[in-house]
Design a binder for this molecule. Structure first.
Ligand code: PLP
Length: 402
């Protein structure tokens, strides 16, 4: 792989994380539940990881439970809260991650809950007035609204939602998978949240859920009483140790990394603006430095006649994500929920601290090459030039620019 711009999907392991994990792959392999020194040492490493995560988030260690990633944490938060508190109404949005939407769909199908979808504006921002009206009309609601959107980067005002949740006695879960280690936030007024190590340069298959002390959740996985009975099963020790190290590194360099990543985003926007490709626009708030996660830039490109841009970039070793309405395959549920033009190809560029400006130069040059070699785009350009030449009342000789 030459250039990796798919960091919202997953990230490379940080070298410090690899170093922290290694002893637990080699010598420190004992079961943390074992009643011997080797087991106790591994147990201590898990406890230390829990203290680290809690300390970074301003939580208490007994509010952090390790899971196998955000999907599991989301299932636990939603199903666990619905069952533990007998909640029959969930307030969510159409642009949540599938882990949220599919879990809620199941509960709705089984008759456990009714789901309300908060109104979004044309850029995908939550309408707080509508949210308040829904809360007023539905006592004992579970709110499930994400902090940073994984496709368009939109940041939700979770502090304001938390205040409303308190006012109306609702329970508030927020999916912080895309913002963990990237955006600082306050846990006050949040009841549950989840994180996933592989989104912040930690290992895959390791995550955690924060459960505010005053709450409990009905477990999903029963077993040997690990994670205080909240999640049975022998702990993923390397995952947990790696997660804590990755979060520590992320918080240590948070401002510096975010400044660099904001610059990468601005740079790509500025390069695309002068690329000569017409009809580029940005989805949701992703172009905004204030209202979106810095590392996500969702761009709408005009359709190519020769196939998809994402596939074209993939062929030359550039990894990005996307969905296209051009090919008739349809766009994602997130893009469909926005007021986007239908006949566009949506490409998500997502950066990390490891990307460089030079890589972005190469990516934009590749995109320009793909458009220039597309016969339909070239023909469209030619027609435009002919039309503007014909309309040139000055009579001056205009050059064709194919
Ligand atoms: N929530 C969001 C917003 C995500 O972006 C993702 C991963 O893409 C998930 C949940 C699921 O995370 P995991 O891969 O840890 O299950």
């Amino acid at each position: 792989m030459e250039i990796y711009l798919d960091n919202a999907a997953t990230t490379a392991l940080d070298p410090d994380v690899i170093e922290a994990i290694l002893p637990f792959l080699t010598t420190n392999y004992a079961n943390p539940s074992s009643a011997h020194g080797a087991g106790r040492r591994v147990k201590e490493a898990i406890d230390q990881a829990r203290r680290t995560v809690a300390g970074l988030l301003g939580a208490s260690p007994d509010e952090i439970y390790f899971t196998a990633g955000a999907t599991e944490g989301i299932n636990l938060a939603l199903s666990g809260a619905i069952q533990a508190y007998d909640l029959n109404h969930v307030l969510t949005s159409r642009i949540e991650h599938k882990a949220v939407l599919a879990t809620l769909k199941r509960h709705e199908k089984e008759g456990d809950i009714e789901t309300s979808f908060v109104k979004l504006d044309e850029r995908g921002n939550v309408d707080l007035y509508h949210l308040e009206n829904l809360l007023r009309a539905n006592p004992r609601t579970l709110i499930a609204l994400m902090h940073g959107n994984n496709e368009i980067g939109n940041l939700t005002d979770i502090q304001a939602i938390g205040v409303l949740a308190r006012r109306y006695n609702a329970v508030f879960f927020t999916d912080t998978t895309q913002t963990m280690g990237k955006v600082r936030f306050d846990l006050q007024d949040i009841d549950f949240l989840v994180g996933s190590a592989h989104k912040f340069h930690g290992p895959k298959g390791a995550g955690f859920i924060y459960i505010n002390k005053k709450h409990h959740l009905k477990p999903l996985i029963y077993g040997g009483g690990q994670e205080s009975g909240q999640r049975g099963g022998t702990e993923n020790v390397t995952g947990i140790v790696g997660l804590a190290k990755a979060l520590e590194v992320a918080y240590r360099n948070l401002d510096e990394n975010q400044t660099k990543i904001c610059k990468l985003k601005q740079y790509l926007v500025s390069k695309l603006a002068i690329s000569g490709i017409e009809g580029i626009c940005y989805n949701g708030e992703s172009k905004s430095l204030e209202n979106s996660v810095a590392n996500v830039l969702s761009v709408s490109f005009p359709c190519l006649s020769t196939g998809s841009l994402v596939a074209g970039l993939d062929q030359i070793g550039i990894a990005v994500s996307g969905g296209s309405a051009c090919s008739g395959r349809g766009t994602s549920h997130v893009i469909r929920a926005l007021a986007c033009e239908a006949d566009k190809e949506n490409v998500r560029f997502s950066f990390s601290k490891f990307n460089t400006f030079e890589e972005l130069d190469r990516v934009v040059a590749a995109i320009v090459r793909i458009y220039e070699s597309d016969p339909l785009v070239a023909a469209g350009k030619a027609w435009k030039n002919i039309a503007s030449w014909a309309l040139d009342s000055s009579g001056g000789a205009r050059q064709f620019q194919f």
